[in-house]
Design a protein around this ligand. Structure first.
Ligand code: NDP
Length: 270
């Protein structure tokens, strides 16, 4: 480690597969910012704050399964993360741990390329769905949540977001949505659709865009959307933009398009 070099990290379990180091280090290199970003396999999420401070990190990203622990351990949570109850970014501000959620604004930035979106059907009700639903709600974009099971819908109902399980949705009249988002893990390591084909085909009749949080592949969900003539997008931009927003907190500056493109190349291993 060279003199005055700042240290950044990603905490996760597992973390070996994470592409964040190659993306963040490409940004530091482009900016000639004297810093190094590493991976830290963390077993016990409840020790995240101590581990962060004891290792002298200036900033961190947090991935599965520690985002909720990171939220409850932070000294201060800023922005929409206060409602999401999960954070993916830590900053050391004079020994205090400040936490943010950059997944939510990262998603909004990723869907900008679609053009105007007024009503969204969001598939899934996990951690990512919470961030996306609240980001959409805050941007005054109408969002309905549809999940396989009932259990996780309470959070959305408490936020005034209409939500359905597969069973209750089938009995409803089909609404018209501009954008359908897959935030389930269906398609990540398998070839499942995130819900009944019939529900999707109905929604695709009027929708213009389909977005999948899974990145680096055309999932069955995106393939079906494409067959139905929707414009499709995978989760690469969401991953990139959550990383860019974290990078701006790390380096305390707004970055140019050059840095963003360097980070994209880093992410793709180019
Ligand atoms: P969670 O484990 O918190 O939630 C998973 C959700 O998927 C639950 O609602 C679950 O439903 C649903 N689900 C799982 N399997 C199926 C299936 N076969 N059919 C239908 N529904 C299913 O996961 P996360 O929210 O953390 O992550 C979700 C996805 O988003 C992952 O694929 C992840 O890789 C991706 N992601 C991408 C990011 C990016 O930057 N591009 C950032 C973060 C996540 P139930 O409640 O019924 O169990």
């Amino acid at each position: 480690m060279s003199e005055n070099q700042e240290k950044f990290v990603i905490f996760g379990n597992p973390v070996a597969h994470s592409k964040s180091p190659q993306m963040q280090n490409a940004g530091f290199e482009n900016l000639k910012y004297n810093a190094i970003y590493e991976k830290h396999h963390l077993e016990d999420g409840s020790s995240i704050k101590e581990t962060f401070l004891q290792n002298g990190y200036e900033g961190a990203n947090i991935t599965v399964p520690h985002k909720e622990f990171a939220f409850s351990n932070a000294d201060e949570v800023r922005g929409l993360a206060q409602k999401i109850h999960a954070v993916n970014t830590y900053i050391n501000e004079n020994g205090k741990v400040i936490a943010y959620n950059t997944d939510a604004p990262g998603f909004l930035k990723a869907i900008e390329s679609f053009g105007e979106v007024k009503k969204v059907l969001l598939l899934g009700a996990g951690g990512t769905a919470k961030a996306i639903a609240l980001a959409l709600q805050e941007s005054n974009i109408d969002v309905d949540v549809l999940n396989r099971s009932e259990g996780k819908l309470e959070f959305f109902k408490n936020e005034g977001i209409t939500s359905y399980s597969w069973d209750t949705f089938k009995s409803k009249e089909t609404q018209e949505y501009d954008l359908i988002v897959n935030s389930t893990s269906a398609g990540l390591k398998d070839e499942y659709l995130p819900c009944d084909k019939e529900i999707l085909e109905n929604a695709f009749k009027t929708a213009k865009y389909a977005f999948d949080c899974v990145y680096g592949k055309v999932t069955p969900f995106l393939a079906l959307a494409q067959e139905n003539s929707l414009e499709i997008k995978d989760g690469e931009d969401m991953l990139l933009f959550q990383g860019v927003l974290a990078f701006e907190y790390f380096t305390k500056q707004k970055v140019s398009g050059d840095v963003v493109e360097a980070m994209r190349k880093g992410l793709k291993g180019e």
